[in-house]
Design a protein around this ligand. Structure first.
Ligand SMILES: Cc1ncc(COP(=O)(O)O)c(C=O)c1O
Length: 480
């Protein structure tokens, strides 16, 4: 089979910032950057790298630089030359970890602790909700079941929840989607035209930046830091300079940093977005998972044009696959017209269950808060004690801590942990334009025994890749 070709343009997009923070020769920096992309799966095994000349042009370097980088990857075992197919990516034999259950044909391994998705086991009460939902079945079964708008009872419950949180809402302002991911993809498809600028946070939720890029958006990033929050100056200048069609933000308990946007930054965002004609999308998928501090009123309370995304999946259970969009009825109408080419409605049975659960959000959050507080304090406390050279923030909520490793070795660390059955997403996955090799997203969602295992494995893996020894490149090369 002919290997899939990575175009020079796609490679250049993945390689933004490949020279940042290094004074190594260009060919070495390029081969290191490509190696990281292979290790964390952004360039999958079996893909054919672009021709040397094409990549050289796309990156603005000499062909010799690319040739030397490829040659280094070849001698390290990351690339093989296949007659007629050029340079094909592979992982060296020693680095191939356990099979990945997410790949077709992957073996499901009970011993694998997969933390690439930050989510909790189901909240108590789902089985009861299923039973109560069954009472509404006869009425539902009388309809044909294709429901792109959403169950009226569920839409009313979602509207009531917004109203309770300080954002008066009517059911006509809400449609139900197949999880928040579907909401993001649908909004991207309707609001973004090829070549439009789309403002995203950097780092951000990976499947959001993928969805906006897939819709043809040209992503522009604004820095968010776990401790200091949003860079307000960058936010303002980026908005004014690029006048993006959409600004996708997570103002409440941002994923992955856990930061919450200050009142002044919210005001700035809304006022500048109004002047640049930008539609602000506020994704609150993590937003209700507050462990401490006061929750903010949803962003749309300050501007009727803000589009809100929500989800039942983090609060109650990922298996529900129920999300929603709150927007002006005109936009909802456009979304509904666009929807049938990708899906013909949200499953009715799941909606009936969610309709029982959403009115119980406050009670469920109470229990979740306690669980998450313990998880956060255990994981953050243990990491701080055992890996004192790391910067481990204690977020006010959400499901993860965004750890600063101090060195650009996230992919190597993830790979080492993986060989012991603990699978994490490396920092780079969260960068809309690369970077973040100095960070690792560590969830604290797992039961106590798995927390112990996670920290043990991270400590051992850190030691294996060189621990706190000096020498950035040396330690990366030691593993890969
Ligand atoms: C910020 C954000 N938005 C959307 C999603 C997708 O949520 P859902 O499971 O409801 O599709 C996630 C999942 O982690 C998320 O973190």
């Amino acid at each position: 089979m002919t290997p899939v070709l990575l175009s020079a343009r796609s490679a250049a997009l993945l390689l933004t910032d490949w020279r940042a923070g290094t004074d190594a020769p260009a060919y070495e920096a390029l081969s290191d950057a490509l190696r990281v992309l292979v290790i964390d799966g952004r360039i999958p095994q079996g893909v054919r790298l672009p021709a040397e000349r094409g990549l050289a042009v796309a990156l603005g370097v000499s062909r010799t630089t690319v040739a030397n980088a490829y040659s280094r990857l070849r001698s390290d075992g990351f690339v093989v030359s296949v007659r007629g197919s050029g340079s094909v990516v592979r992982l060296p034999a020693g680095l191939i970890g356990r099979p990945d259950p997410e790949r077709l044909g992957g073996v499901v391994d009970d011993d694998l602790l997969d933390l690439r998705k930050a989510a909790m086991h189901a909240a108590p009460g789902i089985a009861d909700a299923v039973e109560r939902a069954a009472r509404h079945l006869p009425a539902a079964l009388a309809g044909i079941g294709y429901d792109t708008v959403g169950d009226p009872g569920l839409r009313a419950a979602i509207a009531t929840r917004y109203t309770e949180r300080g954002l008066p809402t009517d059911a006509s302002q809400v449609i139900v989607t197949i999880g928040a991911q579907h909401a993001i993809a649908l909004l991207a498809r309707v609001l973004v035209r090829r070549g439009d600028a789309v403002l995203v946070e950097s780092p951000t939720y990976p499947h959001a930046h993928e969805a906006f890029r897939e819709a043809g958006g040209r992503l522009v990033g604004v820095p968010v830091d776990a401790r200091t929050g949003w860079d307000a100056t960058a936010l303002e200048t980026t908005l004014r300079r690029t006048a993006p069609a959409v600004a996708y933000v997570m103002p409440e308990l941002h994923n992955p940093t856990g930061a919450t946007m200050s009142r002044s930054t919210r005001e700035l965002l809304l006022s500048v977005a109004a002047s640049t004609g930008t539609t602000v999308i506020a994704d609150e998928t993590m937003g209700e998972l507050r462990i401490e501090g006061e929750p903010s009123v949803p962003l749309a309370a300050a501007s009727a044009s803000v589009v809100m995304i929500g989800s039942a999946d983090k609060v109650f259970w990922g298996g529900l696959r129920i999300g929603w969009i709150r927007a002006a009825p005109e936009l909802l109408q456009r979304l509904l017209l666009a929807r049938p080419t990708s899906d013909l409605g949200t499953p009715v049975l799941d909606q009936l269950v969610a309709r029982e659960l959403v009115p119980r959000t406050e009670a469920v959050l109470e229990a979740r808060r306690e669980y998450l507080r313990r998880g956060r304090d255990d994981v953050v406390g243990a990491l701080r004690a055992r890996l004192p050279e790391w910067d481990v923030p204690s977020p006010a909520g959400g499901l993860t801590t965004w750890v600063g490793l101090g060195r650009p070795v996230s992919s190597a660390l993830v790979l080492a942990a993986r060989s012991e059955g603990v699978v994490l997403a490396s920092g780079g996955v969260f960068g809309p334009d690369g970077g973040f090799e100095r960070f690792l997203r560590v969830p604290f969602t797992m039961p106590p025994a798995d927390r112990v295992r996670l920290v043990d494995v991270l400590e051992r893996s850190w030691a294996r890749i060189g621990g706190d020894a000096a020498g950035v490149r040396g330690s990366l090369a030691a593993v890969v």
